[in-house]
Design a protein around this ligand. Structure first.
Ligand code: PLP
Length: 485
């Protein structure tokens, strides 16, 4: 009778939606179960690419049709980081439980800006677990972020405000008496420069201290830079120690940096986006000794904990400074002692107000697998990197271009001349990627260009490395014979 039914986004037929959802889950399981049989990556043909040019769809379409389009145009052309032979840059390999966690989080639907919910309790519990992992006291504060870049930005904001010694939130950086300086090795991740630029301190606020032959920050150079800056009227504020550089996996001497920061009265921040979880692996925990003495640490659960993107985290030992940097409540968002909004307001610890339920995927995977297993997976990746380094050292045509201290291997097919080496190794990398054999990336270490494999992948086996190295040699031969032909 008439058109009285109001519209909603809920399906007209829940049973049909249930059937499609079951099919999607079945295909997701198949996708992961058979991941090894697929190319790691493949280029997208133009006829697929043009399909992304269609405009805003005004009319409705059945969900199964939408899903099919997803399968053909998106699902068929992934990055490949869930594949056992993906080692480029520094990703994580995701995990099925985490994927279910993201699904459940979306169904549960809470906004983690705050609120008196189980979801908010879980986020705080996960942050507490990360404190245990990093050796931080439970009295520290912390928050989950979209990733490591945001985690470091949150920390640097707190550090800036503390170092300024006045109300920066009110007066702004224009009132700084002396320019602030943050010190890190020349291997520091680029997100720190971005953060200091964003904070209005300028890229000059980041002093890149020379690293040694093992890509670790030189402590003598650090001390000299601080002394010189003080003499020049600048204000040293913070030393950033890197626990696992992105380029080569080098770990700064965190204990020595902690000592220096104590002597100099500087904040000690650790970028632990890679190595912040190393204490989970008992045989390797010593590599990050001193991390527990930092004032703040950035950790990236979407890297070595394989949480599906996105999930970063920051821990701060001065909860008062953390809170007073970000606390903000509009008239429409006043806290209460009781009711839905009671409890710690999570958005008071970062830049975002509305926040997703990132913690669930981490919480479920830890509960299911146990933290010891994550430690074993970390040790497994380190063992794989050492295995590959051994294979390279034993081969007359391959050479390492950086020491393998952690889980990153930088190497190249030997060529006497530097430019020729770069051209050859780049071509090897691109052919390996384009043929779907593996995804390495490339880098330059102390002037030497080479390929780079970061073993941050719970699916990788030794056979994958053996296969990859023989692919490298075979394709090098192929390229060299094309040149002479
Ligand atoms: C990856 C990484 C970052 C940046 O983290 P995102 O999650 O990519 O934003 C920062 N520092 C180090 C050492 C990293 O490896």
């Amino acid at each position: 009778m008439g058109n009285t039914r109001k519209e909603t986004l809920d399906p007209d037929d829940w049973d049909a939606s249930r059937a499609l959802a079951h099919k999607i889950v079945d295909e997701a399981v198949d996708h992961l179960d058979k991941v090894r049989e697929r190319p790691v990556w493949r280029p997208m043909p133009d006829e697929v690419r043009v399909r992304f040019q269609s405009g805003l769809p005004e009319d409705s379409a059945p969900l199964d049709q939408v899903y099919n389009e997803y399968r053909e145009t998106v699902g068929a052309y992934p990055m490949g980081n869930v594949h056992p032979r993906f080692w480029g840059w520094y990703m994580g390999a995701s995990n099925f439980t985490g994927a279910l966690g993201d699904f459940l989080a979306a169904v549960e639907g809470s906004n983690l800006g705050g609120g008196n919910t189980g979801a908010a309790q879980i986020e705080q519990q996960v942050v507490d677990w990360l404190k245990e992992i990093a050796g931080f006291p439970k009295t520290s504060s912390g928050t989950l972020t979209s990733g490591g870049s945001m985690a470091n930005l949150v920390a640097h904001t707190v550090i800036r405000n503390l170092a300024a010694g006045y109300d920066v939130r009110k007066e702004g950086i224009a009132a700084l008496k002396r320019p602030l300086r943050f010190y890190a090795s020349d291997q520091v991740h680029s997100c720190h420069q971005k953060a200091l630029e964003t904070l209005g301190l300028g890229s000059r606020a980041l002093v890149e201290v020379q690293s040694d032959d093992s890509q670790r920050m030189r402590l003598d150079a650090l001390g000299a830079a601080i002394a010189q800056d003080r003499a020049n009227g600048l204000q040293p504020a913070c030393v950033i120690g890197t626990a696992g550089t992105t380029n080569t996996g080098a770990i700064d001497d965190l204990t020595a940096i902690a000592d220096l920061c104590e002597r100099e009265g500087l904040w000690f921040h650790v970028d632990g986006c890679i190595g912040g979880v190393l204490r989970l692996a008992p045989d390797h925990a010593h590599l990050v000794a001193g991390i527990e003495r930092a004032g703040s640490v950035a950790i990236d659960p979407h890297k070595w904990l394989h949480a599906p993107f996105e999930a970063g985290a920051v821990l701060i030992k001065d909860p008062e400074a953390h809170f007073s940097t970000f606390e903000m409540h509009g008239a429409y968002l006043q806290l209460q002692e009781r009711g839905m909004i009671a409890g710690k307001f999570l958005a008071d610890y970062g830049l975002e107000l509305s926040r997703g339920f990132r913690a669930l995927k981490i919480w479920m995977a830890f509960k299911e697998q146990g933290s010891a297993k994550f430690g074993r997976l970390i040790a497994q990746d380190i063992a794989l990197a050492r295995y590959m380094a051994g294979q390279i050292e034993a081969h007359p045509l391959l050479e390492l271009i950086a020491p393998v201290d952690l889980n990153i291997v930088c190497f190249r097919y030997m060529e006497t001349e530097e430019d020729a080496a770069k051209i050859l190794n780049t071509e090897i990398m691109l052919r390996i990627q384009e043929r779907g054999l593996a995804v390495p990336s490339d880098t330059t270490v102390q002037g030497k260009h080479g390929l780079r494999c970061a073993f941050n992948n719970h699916r990788t086996q030794r056979e994958d490395i053996d296969g990859f190295l023989s692919d490298v040699l075979r394709i090098a031969d192929e390229i060299l014979s094309e040149k002479t032909a």
